[in-house]
Design a binder for this molecule. Structure first.
Ligand code: GLC
Ligand code: CA
Length: 562
């Protein structure tokens, strides 16, 4: 097997280069990556110290979850100052240093912007609370009087994504019970009113602020939710599942696209900057409009992330993705997991290997075989990294970490768990701090003598530390390192075309260009390898010329005879 790890060429960093079309992007959840100062919470000093780890892993870019000042009601997605860094993570000077150190290593930086809402501690919201109903300050948000004789009924029947009503009532400065404000997420996350021009101007300025600081890309949070029907109509009682789209009061409305057209024009003023949308939509045709010319560069592939470990369904998602991206000229993205969903090793080890945010508690109730899940996650990694387009690696995926489902209730932090009173277990299990080295907690996450990590780590993770997996044949980390190195050195991988090859039922086989083939066995029987001239990489041991179940291989294509 090839070890290209230290020899792979660094992808071109030329200005104007469409690097995002092929990039391997590491999602870095700062709070859980590495703790530099010993308070049990990851920070930018920790990230800077581990940049060589990420360079060695072979990623092209890092997407950081929000690092801004925040009361942390939703782990930083409640931002009180979009132009600074939360002291728990560091300072703007740390970010400047981080950006230049990453750039020196050939790694680009993507920051997370949350335009749908801010923190209730944001100066604009505080000013709105202090101002009168009908004031310019309140018009930046959605303030409305309540219904009923004393205004005690919320203005409409919308529910928060995190559980409970999407409205909270304020106390007016004179002490009386007052207006209500809209929050599609937690009450600490008031929604901006995007029909207000000062909101638009503020975010356009923010994009420039981060691009000027050297950010190479922006990940746009909850990107399909920004615009609302200004009449704020009730959702139909009998159709709480009303399809997103032009008729929906707040999901995927047509006028949201004007915002991104303006943002794209700003991104295009700079060299090689990328806009990435977090757009969860069931309708793939509408999803593609977000990446049509003059809008976002890419969107996350949530249908792929939610797809069960099933050959026919995976093939269908892959075909749909490529078919919808091709006409608009956008590259596909491939995502196995992120900070909002169950870790992939656990998901693939369950009796039902699909995922949906709405049914998290059902999925958590299923038994999960970690060994089976790990085997499949290894195969899925090779499938994912062989597909045309860019690929995301959520921190810890490269170590084979599993979803921690037994976090003690009193340690849980996710507002979803709190707002649903535990009915939804929430996302903490995918956010447990990384294990770096050693035999016991905190496994090198924090320096010696530090406070406990903000979430407890399973003791079994001693076998999944970076140190334990480094150089270990058959470890997830070495598989990711090898795959990312080959992906980087093979021009046929990354952006480009793919072609399906004939294969047995339950087997996915395709070629990338004339030089690389990928085969994934999702059936219960060993599968024959397609014709090839050598093995580049496999997710597990082969049985001669047979590929065992739940295994994948990258093959050097046989030379074509004249
Ligand atoms: C996005 C984020 C999620 C956050 C929510 C509200 O879905 O990925 O973590 O809670 O938006 O900002
Ligand atoms: Ca810290």
């Amino acid at each position: 097997m090839l070890d290209l790890r230290t020899h792979g060429p660094v992808r071109s960093a030329a200005p104007g280069d469409a690097w995002w079309r092929s990039a391997a992007i590491y999602q870095l959840y700062v709070r859980s990556f590495a703790d530099g100062n010993g308070d049990g919470i990851g920070d930018l000093a920790g990230v800077r110290a581990q940049l060589p780890y990420l360079a060695d892993l072979g990623v092209d870019a890092i997407w950081f979850n929000p690092w801004y000042p925040s009361p942390m009601s939703d782990a930083g997605y409640d931002i009180s100052d979009f132009r600074n860094i939360d002291p728990v993570f560091g300072t703007l000077a740390d970010v400047d240093a981080l950006i230049s150190e990453a750039h020196a290593l050939g790694i680009r930086i993507i920051t997370d912007i949350v335009p749908n809402h801010c923190s209730d501690q944001h100066p604009w919201f505080q000013a709105a609370l202090a101002a009168e109903p009908g004031s310019a300050e309140r018009d930046r948000f959605w303030f409305r009087p309540g219904r009923g004789p004393d205004g005690s009924i919320p203005p409409n029947n919308w529910q928060s994504v995190f559980g409970g009503p999407a409205w909270s009532r304020v106390t007016e400065p004179d002490g009386s019970a007052g207006e209500w404000y809209l929050h599609l997420f937690a009450p600490e996350q008031p929604d901006f009113n995007w029909s207000n021009s000062s909101v638009r101007a503020e975010f356009e300025d923010l994009l420039r602020f981060w691009f000027d600081r050297g950010a190479d890309g922006i990940r746009i949070d909850s990107a399909a939710m920004l615009t609302k029907n200004p009449l704020l109509p009730d959702l139909p009682e009998l159709r709480p599942d009303l399809a997103p789209g032009p008729n929906h009061p707040f999901l995927d409305r047509d006028d949201v696209h004007e915002i991104y057209q303006a943002w794209r024009a700003i991104a295009d003023e700079y060299q090689s900057r990328v806009l990435i949308g977090e757009v969860w939509l069931p309708d793939a045709v509408r999803l593609a409009t977000y990446v049509s010319p003059g809008e976002l560069h890419t969107v996350f592939n949530f249908p792929y992330l939610s797809c069960p470990w099933d050959a026919a369904q995976l093939r269908e998602v892959i075909d749909n993705t490529l078919a919808l991206n091709a006409p608009v000229g956008a590259p596909a993205t491939w995502v196995l997991s992120n900070h909002d969903v169950d870790r992939v090793v656990t998901r693939y080890g369950r009796t039902d290997t699909a995922f949906s945010l709405a049914r998290r508690s059902y999925f958590h109730s299923l038994a999960a075989g970690i060994e089976l899940g790990t085997r499949r996650a290894r195969a899925a990694a090779l499938l994912t990294m062989a597909l045309p387009g860019s690929v995301y690696v959520y921190q810890g995926e490269e170590l084979g970490l599993w979803e921690v489902q037994d976090i003690p209730d009193e340690r849980r932090q996710d507002p979803i768990w709190h707002h649903t009173h535990g009915a939804d277990p929430g996302r903490d299990g995918a956010r447990v701090p990384l294990p770096w080295a050693g035999d016991e907690m905190p496994f090198g996450f924090s320096p010696p003598g530090a406070a406990d990590p903000w979430l407890p780590q399973p003791k079994e993770w001693r076998d999944l530390t970076v140190a334990a997996e480094t150089g270990q044949d058959g470890s997830m980390l070495e598989l990711y390192r090898a795959a990312l190195a080959i992906r980087r050195s093979e021009p046929a991988l990354g952006d480009g075309a793919m072609m399906w090859l004939p294969s047995a039922p339950g087997v996915l086989a395709f070629s990338r260009g004339t030089s690389v083939r990928c085969v994934v066995n999702i059936s219960a029987e060993p599968a024959c390898l397609p014709e090839h001239a050598g093995l580049l990489l496999a997710s597990g041991p082969l049985d001669g010329e047979l590929l065992p179940p739940d295994c994948a291989a990258w093959l050097r294509a046989a030379p074509v005879a004249d």
